[in-house]
Design a binder for this molecule. Structure first.
Ligand code: GTP
Ligand code: MG
Ligand code: MG
Length: 532
């Protein structure tokens, strides 16, 4: 399709490929889950339903993406100051070429799918509890340069599981026995493993080792190959083939040679463990915790895009070329995103994509790229599944959709405006093409004929085609289709008692203005104004 003069903004996008032979681990964890688990009254210290829901989502992630070989998750129960709920790590096979190993694509697609699943499957695990509050997760890539590092990573995760679960079990037993939260923390401060076990045994008659292994050891979700009998021959000998299945196991030490090397599939796709690890090197901990930050004093755009929405819109029977309800659902999710993330000042959406502009001086998550991208894409995905019924009351959601996301920095107001213009020009070009294409198809042409009739045509010719063949004046088509949707905080001017003009936020609005020309920006100067 035609290029526009705004295409240059693409050059601001940077490469973020995780280079081979690094192993890719995607780690996800709950966002603000202290609040989510409280509002939804999760049982403490472990809510079995919540853990099973998480395991079920992780299983579906493994089933959807063949390149993910293993997932490990556990419950890091809500405690004061701790918001790192339900951490789960997904490990890709060494040879993966998933989305050309681009970090933001990989981490966003996985967290988005996990979130959609979490919302869609909620009712199966909490049948009598309506979900309150939009759940969302963050994700990041942990890049493991060798099997030794992966082994250290898994050992670290499982140690966290052991120690957190032991602490939480003691903590909540103390609370149940009448202690205040502060008293319980004080009792446990500085205690070693052994002492905690003694508290549990002596005060509460609990043998820690007898607690369910899912709580103590976490859950490994892995692909295994099993022999499956396909048919029985006449001579009664069975014909077998290898079938991949996903299973959940709980094991004392997932980073041990004996556990790992027992699963031939893990060794084949990732590699074997040479020896057991005892101490996790300090340098590795730095590697597990390092994160890239986005350039300071630049506008940040987080662009999300529906994954395989061509298929999704077919399956859901969206109207062609534009389904107004589908677009309104996208818009409604964008409104929720603006309400949730104060630093997002503007959003522009078309088709299955949305661009969110975050103010230049935002300090959200210390400008850590993966945290920002994952939190936004996950929140959007969650809202999409939650709001589906509101926009499609008669169409069931056939499968949970997911979105990819990326963050790009733009240094000046002119360039951020060119970025938005680029997206709107794209909207014009695509919409005009799609409108002609579907009119031709609806009039009886094959898709190939329609394509060849439109090949190389300019905007003018397409407009003529629409008006001459179908009596359609392109400019009278709904503006939401032609211009896409802009979402922003509408400000109200208020004159205060002393006569000065003050501005206050009113509410988030969805409009369909031309954002290429000056008029809109002249009338809304506050959107790209840099305020502290
Ligand atoms: N029928 C219909 N389809 C839509 C609508 N909005 C988006 N789509 C579909 O979603 C696709 C979006 O294009 P892309 O984002 O480039 O393609 P994709 O299939 O999502 O593939 P990836 O984004 O690469 O994963 C369009 O090609 C349409 O097939 C709509 O309102 N109606
Ligand atoms: Mg798409
Ligand atoms: Mg798209």
């Amino acid at each position: 399709m035609a290029n526009s003069k705004y295409e240059y903004v693409k050059s601001f996008e940077s490469e973020d490929e995780v280079m081979y032979p690094n192993l890719i681990v995607v780690r996800i964890y709950g966002c603000n889950f202290a609040r989510f688990s409280q509002v939804n009254e999760f049982e403490k210290p472990n809510d079995e339903r919540a853990l099973n829901l998480m395991n079920c989502c992780a299983t579906s992630v493994l089933e959807k993406y063949p390149d993910i070989i293993l997932a490990y998750g556990f419950s890091d129960e809500y405690r004061q100051f701790i918001i790192n709920y339900a951490p789960c790590s997904f490990i890709f096979k060494k040879e993966t070429k998933f989305y050309q190993r681009r970090a933001s694509k990989v981490l966003s697609l996985i967290v988005s799918f996990f979130t959609s699943l979490y919302v869609a499957k909620w009712g199966q695990f909490f049948p009598h509890k309506e979900m309150r509050f939009t759940p969302s997760f963050k994700s990041r890539i942990i890049c493991c340069p060798s099997m030794e590092v992966l082994q250290a990573y898994l050992a670290w995760r499982q140690r966290e599981c052991h120690s957190k679960n032991q602490y939480n079990t003691c903590f909540w037993m103390l609370i149940k026995s009448g202690k205040s939260e502060t008293e319980a923390h004080d009792i446990l401060k500085g205690t070693q493993k052994q002492e905690k076990n003694e508290i549990l045994f002596q005060q509460f008659g609990i043998n820690y080792k007898n607690l369910p292994s899912m709580y103590r050891q976490g859950s490994c979700i892995l692909k295994t190959e099993v022999d499956e009998t396909v048919k029985i021959l006449e001579n009664e000998s069975p014909v077998k083939r290898l079938k991949k299945t996903v299973k959940i196991v709980h094991s004392e030490n997932i980073a041990s040679r004996s556990f790992w090397n027992d699963y031939s599939h893990l060794c084949k796709e990732l590699g074997c463990f040479e020896q057991n690890v005892n101490n996790i090197k300090h340098e590795y901990m730095k590697l597990f915790q390092s994160e890239n930050k986005l350039l300071p004093f630049t506008w940040i755009v987080i662009r999300i895009d529906g994954s395989h929405f061509h298929r999704f819109s077919e399956v859901q029977g969206f109207e062609k070329p534009n389904d107004e309800q589908a677009l309104k659902l996208m818009n409604s999710c964008a409104v929720s995103v603006l309400e949730e993330f104060n630093d997002i000042v503007f959003a522009y959406g078309v088709s299955d994509e949305y661009s969110f502009v975050m103010k230049k001086n935002t300090q959200l998550y210390q400008r850590r790229s993966s945290e920002i991208v994952s939190a936004v894409v996950s929140f959007f995905s969650s809202a999409y599944v939650i709001k589906w019924k509101e926009f499609f009351p008669r169409t069931e959601l056939k499968y949970p959709p997911n979105f990819d996301g990326r963050a790009v920095c733009y240094p000046s107001n002119d360039i951020i405006r060119d970025y938005l213009a680029w997206r709107q020009v794209d909207c014009h070009i695509n919409n005009q093409y799609n409108t002609c294409f579907w009119m031709l198809v609806k009039s009886g042409k094959s898709t190939r004929e329609a394509q060849s009739l439109l090949k190389g045509t300019q905007a003018q010719e397409k407009n003529q085609m629409l008006s001459q063949l179908f009596s359609i004046d392109y400019n009278t088509l709904p503006v939401i289709f032609r211009n896409g949707s802009s979402v922003f905080w509408d400000k109200e001017m208020m004159v205060t008692d002393n006569g000065t003009v003050a501005k206050s936020h009113k509410k988030v609005v969805v409009e369909h203005p031309n954002i290429i020309d000056e008029d809109f920006w002249g009338a809304h100067p506050f959107i790209l104004e840099v305020t502290s």
